[in-house]
Design a binder for this molecule. Structure first.
Ligand SMILES: [Zn+2]
Length: 164
């Protein structure tokens, strides 16, 4: 594996652990030349999955695309990249278990929104406003109402969970 910094082709593995719920191995490597550290992922090669877009065209399913969308929405929020990786893994697993070779883009969008609503309200609103490209004020108000309800039920739940 070539070092991304100096292009040297020998590196040593300094840490290796399961990632993506056991679907991948994450390795921390150190370049034997410049000692830069970088991360590699090893995962089973999967069958191609196509996303059916709203206009009927297809494109290859892309983890990165979902990751980037969430990363952008989560800027300056207390959301770690591990959180986001886990969200995307859960979504991908679910899609691959429920759809064989094609999945509508709206299904993915809704799964992302469900996950983000649990993770962080602000990230959720940001993602939803881009994804849904609101047409009128009613839609925004409806979304805000949903969030208020979710926050309330979440607070109730965490109160019950508190031990002290
Ligand atoms: Zn290097």
């Amino acid at each position: 594996m070539r070092c991304p910094k100096c292009n040297y082709n020998k590196s040593s593995v300094i840490d290796s652990r399961q990632a993506e719920d056991g679907n991948a191995i994450r390795r921390r490597r150190e370049c034997e030349n410049c000692h830069a550290r970088f991360t590699t992922f090893e995962r089973v090669e999967e069958l191609p999955l196509l996303v059916i877009k709203k206009d009927g065209t297809r494109e290859q399913f892309s983890r990165e695309k979902i990751l980037n969308g969430i990363f952008q929405s989560a800027q300056k929020r207390p959301v770690s990249s591990d959180d986001i990786e886990q969200v995307v893994s859960r979504i991908e697993q679910r899609i691959r278990s429920e759809y064989e070779s094609e999945v509508p883009s709206t299904v993915i969008g809704n799964l992302v929104m469900d996950e983000l609503a649990e993770l962080d309200e602000i990230t959720y609103v940001r993602f939803a406003s881009v994804y849904k490209s609101f047409k009128d004020v009613d839609e925004i108000e409806e979304l805000l109402q949903q969030i208020t309800n979710r926050v309330r039920s979440k607070k109730k739940r965490s109160k019950l969970d508190e031990t002290d």
